[in-house]
Write a protein that binds this ligand. Structure first.
Ligand code: FAD
Length: 545
């Protein structure tokens, strides 16, 4: 039986803001990426009154720009970070259990290649250590593959490079949707969460922070909220938040950029996810998803505009060179790229270490004014990061809250009991809506069982987009067309043709719902077009005409 999802509606925002400014919160969280989302959920389940503010859309920072894997952390084995491998492995099992439609197993091929990172023995040993440390379930454990099996599985491999291979298990996710579902779960449990609300400063009493100043990007108002504690979970922006606090201006971060590029499957017909050697000792992922394949990533120090991170020609050339080095794709060029994304890793500075050597561990910092900053870490470890930081705050505060209870908490309110029931649900709805099989599969993959709410509201195919928009307006707090066209649907990266096809409808529908005028429509249409151009690398395509 379908439960009606609790509202998290676009229209409620004004009422929710009016209520919030009259409250005193136990905790304010800056940043609605996966770290902030995890903290809000952990805090609310312990009974804290928590406020989360995000300057863009939920997940619009690094948390929509990752490789979208819930890692066991094979690469950390190379750096002998055994604790991190163990924790990542356990966390991904917990995430799969708690939201299986967004975190599910993905077979990954690790080719043993001529001159590659791993030899047959080292790869086998590394993966069996990894299977044990990460407590990988028996049926998902590694399997060795002979050269012939490798070529049969993946005829695109360059035969002369491949010696053998290993099939092992990773978990895939949709980072932006995972972040959003955690935010929705926090909201359901009493947290107050706002997107498009930016922290611009702090309020103090006796040199201790007791409030935050915000700018509302929707109404253009300035707002103040009272709070006992503030956690900065602003990812790549944490140093900027520290600068707003008079007591803490230290720089803690080393930012590195990572990009991904996307091809249609007809240009890169890959059957399986592959973790392959680039030509310079690094390893890249190539991952099929619906009708496309995405490839990444890079890892280069970044020190320019945090709010405008783009994929450069150099980044593209690097990835294409690596792909062509490993796969038989002589015709593949930058012109075949349909979309891209670029994000920043908020890594903790480590003297004398280059981008790829810096540990992915998280750390917590305290300022004399009481600002708590959490940085570093991975998508995979978000739950444990939240537990650690709230435990620390709990230990230091007079009012004690109960212990962490996110381990067994089902993140999606209509959650599947297990992965098999999720797969059954796709089949069931496909039978129910035979004309719309592709869309059904996308909707269930995206919204879980809530897909049925959208499907049953849509009388005809033409109405499907409106039904999906209605769902997002009622339950997912969208304000900008890109909230929908990028973070809610994933179209900007994985199906840019749908963005082009539906952008005008989405803009018009939102304008109507939010009572916006023609000027707004014109401005927003331009913004959407700009993002299409940036992501689809118009600068490169235009140059090659
Ligand atoms: P963010 O997601 O950046 O969130 C911080 C938020 O703070 C932003 O949304 C920002 O808008 C907001 N903010 C900033 N300033 C303010 C302000 N003044 N007021 C209000 N809000 C503000 N991890 C994995 O586990 N698996 C992977 O496959 C993986 N792949 C990766 C690939 C790449 C290329 C990169 C870059 C990272 C990858 N990671 C991966 C790491 C992972 O994505 C990050 O560790 C994680 O997303 C960081 O989340 P966060 O919430 O700390 O930061």
């Amino acid at each position: 039986m379908q439960k009606t999802p609790p509202l998290f509606s676009t229209k409620d925002r004004t009422t929710r803001i009016s209520k919030s400014i009259n409250q005193e919160y136990d905790l304010a969280i800056i940043g609605g990426g996966v770290t902030g989302a995890g903290i809000a959920l952990d805090a609310s389940l312990r009974g804290m009154r928590a406020l989360l503010v995000e300057k863009g859309d939920f997940g619009s920072g690094t948390s929509s720009k990752s490789t979208k894997l819930i890692h066991g952390g094979l690469r950390y084995l190379k750096q002998l970070e055994l604790g991190l491998v163990r924790e990542s492995g356990l966390e991904r099992a917990i995430a799969h259990e708690n939201i299986c439609h967004l975190v599910h197993p993905e077979s990954m091929i690790l080719p043993i290649a001529e001159g590659g990172t791993f030899g047959k023995f080292t790869a086998g040993l590394a993966i069996s250590v990894y299977d044990r440390l990460a407590k990988v379930e028996e049926d998902l454990r590694r399997r060795s593959l002979k050269k012939e099996e490798m070529i049969e599985l993946e005829p695109l491999f360059k035969e002369e490079l491949i010696k053998s291979g290993i099939l092992y298990s990773e978990y895939r996710t949709d980072d932006a949707r995972l972040t959003l579902e955690i935010i929705k779960a926090a909201h359901r449990n009493g947290s107050t969460c706002f997107n498009h609300l930016e922290v611009t400063g702090f309020q103090y009493s006796n040199n201790k922070i007791n409030g935050i100043h915000c700018h509302d990007h929707i109404t253009k108002e300035s707002l103040k909220f009272r709070t006992k504690k503030v956690i900065s979970a602003a990812g790549p922006w944490v140093d900027k938040i520290s600068l707003l606090d008079k007591e803490s201006s230290d720089s803690n971060l080393h930012l590195t950029k990572g990009i991904h590029i996307i091809f249609n499957k007809d240009k890169f017909p890959l059957n399986n996810s592959v973790y392959f050697d680039a030509f310079d000792g690094r390893l890249l992922f190539a991952i099929p998803r619906a009708d496309v394949v995405y490839v990444g990533t890079t890892d280069t120090t970044y020190d320019t505009d945090l709010d405008d991170v783009r994929c450069s020609e150099e980044d593209v050339n690097y990835i294409i060179k690596a792909v062509k080095n490993f796969f038989n794709l002589p015709e593949l060029t930058a012109k075949d790229i349909t979309s891209t994304w670029a994000g920043l890793r908020p890594l903790i500075k480590q003297k004398g270490k280059g981008p790829t050597e810096i540990s992915r561990k998280d750390e917590v910092f305290f300022s004399d004014s009481g600002l708590v900053t959490i940085a570093g870490g991975k998508l995979t470890g978000y739950r444990k990061m939240a537990e650690r930081v709230i435990d620390t705050i709990n230990e230091k505060s007079k009012n004690k809250f109960k212990g962490c209870c996110t381990e067994d908490y089902k993140i999606h309110h209509n959650s599947f009991s297990d992965y098999a029931s999720y797969l059954n649900c796709i089949t069931k709805y496909e039978k129910q809506f035979p004309e719309q099989r592709r869309e059904v599969s996308r909707l269930v993959t995206t919204y879980g069982k809530d897909a049925f709410i959208i499907l049953s509201a849509a009388g005809t195919m033409d109405d499907l987009i409106r039904a999906e928009l209605d769902y997002c307006l009622e339950h997912e707090s969208i304000y900008h067309p890109l909230d929908f066209l990028n973070r809610r649907t994933g179209w900007l990266y994985f199906d840019i043709a749908s963005v082009k096809k539906h952008a005008a409808t989405v803009i018009e529908y939102l304008a109507n719902y939010l009572s916006r005028d023609e000027k707004w429509i014109e401005k927003i249409t331009q913004e959407v077009q700009e993002q299409i151009d940036i992501h689809s690398l118009q600068f490169l395509h235009a140059a090659s005409v």
